[in-house]
Design a protein around this ligand. Sequence first.
Ligand code: APR
Length: 251
Amino acid sequence: MQANSLDSVASLLRKAKEIVVFSGAGLSADSGIPTFRDGATGLWNTVDPDEVASIEGFLRNPARVWSWLLELKKLVDERQPNAAHQALARLQESCRGKRLTVITQNIDGYHSRAGNAPVLEVHGTIHRLRCHQHCGFSADWEQSAVEAFSCPHCGAPVRPDLVLFGEVLDEEVFAAAEMCSLTADLFFCVGTSFTVQPAALLPVWAKRAGVTVVEVNPHPTSLSTVADYSIRSGASEFFTALSAKIEEQQD
Ligand code: APR
């Protein structure tokens, strides 16, 4: 990571009032949670997402989707937020008078566990269950509920409260994410390959609205030529350095 880009981004952050951090699986990589598309370790290189993470797969064979998601939840529960999540929490602390909103595609709940707030989970969360018919039933997903079961209110299937491939996103959450993206002064895109829409459109809409966009990713992506800054760095390294820079300038 070039030192001058860190200085430039730190100075943008000092001036900004409304900041968005838009995160993908790469931000949780340092927690030991595999990303979806990275090389041989990518989750979608080891299992078919249509089978384990799509609405067709769930309706065809709910037990297969439950068992795969249970494995992922066990991994998430065994690991914890990493230095990137913690640095974001410090930045939120040191950025008084500013609003730093996290919009995450991740379902691991690590941003909230690290104290990041507000967090908009545009793809839902693996820690909560809901009625498939949206009748209003929802519950924490404790390990005890390992088998698919019917909604106690209406009898429909119960499923994890996350967005499966082929489903629409929660309108209210996405509308809030879109509003934050269009009214931000500074928009960080961290650890995402911009593969899945409509979430992947948020940084493009922000850029079109004149927002300064900073990408943080060890590898180039389709956004790299669009972003104002495309920083080749891991999330933990970048946000730890940025948080230290902001804190040293405040002393
Ligand atoms: N720091 C920052 N970025 C990283 C790191 C790291 N330490 N390690 C990997 N990356 C980057 C990779 O270079 C890649 O561009 O993170 C990105 C991960 O991309 P994906 O695996 O495609 O994950 P993501 O973009 O979050 O996927 C979007 O697809 O499967 C669906 O719903 C799922 O939310 C997910 C969506």
